[in-house]
Design a protein around this ligand. Structure first.
Ligand SMILES: C[S@@+](CC[C@H](N)C(=O)[O-])C[C@H]1O[C@@H](n2cnc3c(N)ncnc32)[C@H](O)[C@@H]1O
Length: 296
């Protein structure tokens, strides 16, 4: 078991988190998070030359596609404008609170289906139906064994020759305060059984579980005001991610690094300042593509 000692809980202003049975996701699902996801999508899209689909796949009117861990549907809403209107879009998440069900692009289209479920156990009737499965940023959600379950489910539900596109964050660096904070994040992820460096393992997991044509695109994104608008956007996004981990960290007693909410906030303020002042502060991001073989 991955033990977090909740008896040492530190009192703090708590945000809203999901409560899907058995899930270990450490980020909130509130309005602030919705705004952050929109910023993050703009940042990542820009880092990949505004490409929404990175795989060599053409979506036709007969196709079905899936967005796993859709959140507020940032990727999904953009993909609608580049695929045929008749193509059916499915989106899943363990938390429905951010689903963009009232967005006019979804309502007018009429063939976008949202389902509250986990990527580790998709509906049985979805075998062999998707031409493309997209999943971005489940790093703060899936344990090692769940990554394998998820990729197996992707394999099962793709058509032969279908593609997966996975986006994940890699390492980041700036200076000593950032190193101290990285140690805290590593401790949280270890305690929860999450895989902070999942990007290192994804290509081999995809190959081991039968995918072919596995490829990766890597980008380095600058962090902090020294890097102008992109650095400010990246800073606001990623500091937002880490501030969003306050509740799991303080509920676990601060994990030996912070003793109070004020100390947590002050550490994050220090990280933010360090990013602003450290020329070369950066974070890596990866987009993986892989194909289900055409024949078994
Ligand atoms: C960091 S957000 C990213 C949202 C979206 N993919 C994007 O890039 O804008 C991760 C999302 O994954 C969802 N999630 C976490 N665990 C999941 C699971 N086991 N299956 C499906 N979705 C999950 C969370 O609820 C959250 O909405």
């Amino acid at each position: 078991m991955h033990g977090l000692d909740t008896s040492k809980r530190i009192d703090h202003a708590q945000r809203v988190y999901q409560s899907f049975p058995g899930a270990n996701y450490v980020l909130p699902s509130d309005t602030t998070e919705r705004e952050r996801l929109a910023l993050q999508h703009r940042l990542l899209k820009g880092s990949f030359e505004d490409r929404i689909i990175a795989c060599p796949v053409t979506i036709t009117s007969e196709d079905h596609i899936l967005d796993s861990g859709t959140g507020s549907g940032t990727w999904l809403l953009d993909v609608l404008s580049i695929i045929p209107a008749a193509a059916v879009v499915h989106a899943i998440d363990i938390e429905s609170r951010l689903f963009p069900v009232d967005d006019s692009r979804i309502v007018s289209r009429g063939n976008v289906e949202f389902l509250t479920t986990t990527i580790t156990k998709l509906p049985a009737e979805w075998s062999g139906i998707f031409t493309l499965i997209h999943q971005r940023l489940l790093v703060a959600a899936l344990r090692a064994e769940e990554w394998k379950m998820a990729i197996n489910e992707m394999m099962r539900t793709l058509v032969p020759g279908g593609w997966v596109q996975l986006g994940e964050v890699g390492s980041w660096k700036a200076g000593p305060t950032t190193e101290k904070h990285i140690a805290l994040v590593q401790t949280l992820f270890k305690a929860k059984g999450l895989v902070l460096d999942c990007a290192r393992y994804i290509p081999d997991m995809l190959r081991d579980l039968g995918f072919v044509h596995v490829s990766v695109e890597e980008r380095t994104i600058p962090l902090g005001s020294w890097a102008g608008d992109v650095g400010v956007g990246a800073r606001n996004n990623f500091i937002g991610v880490f501030r969003g981990m306050k509740t799991p960290i303080l509920n676990a007693g601060g994990l030996g690094v912070v003793d109070s909410e004020a100390e947590f906030d002050s550490l994050l303020d220090g990280v933010e300042m360090e990013w602003n002042e450290t020329v070369g502060a950066e974070i890596r991001f990866y987009v993986f593509s892989a194909q289900k073989p055409l024949s078994e």
